[in-house]
Write a protein that binds this ligand. Sequence first.
Ligand SMILES: [Cu+2]
Length: 119
Amino acid sequence: MRLRSARSSRLAVTMGFLLSGGGVLVLAPRIPVEVAPARAAQNHDARGVVQSIAKDRSSVTIAHEAIPGFMPAMTMAFEARSPDQLAGLHEKDRVVFSFTVTDDGRRLLDSIRTSAKSP
Ligand SMILES: [Cu+2]
């Protein structure tokens, strides 16, 4: 998305120069295209079992399975983006969820839903 917008803005700049150039050779400025920021927010998918839900439904603690390349199995809390996100969830529910790790280390739930119990 970054790449595309950087490209289109460079195209717009180039077109603008060509259109205003009126036949005179104009060198378009070179705008560097940043492929990836040094620290990007990370998204992960995971599964686990709900251990507890904050009374105000601001967070849920989940015993999650290992997340390959990110962290081993453990119990930890995830922040809800809104209390509604945790509506209908209960302790012991088996869930599949995804979350974003922000630059300052918060873990924000992107989605969460109950999943079928494993046999
Ligand atoms: Cu963890």
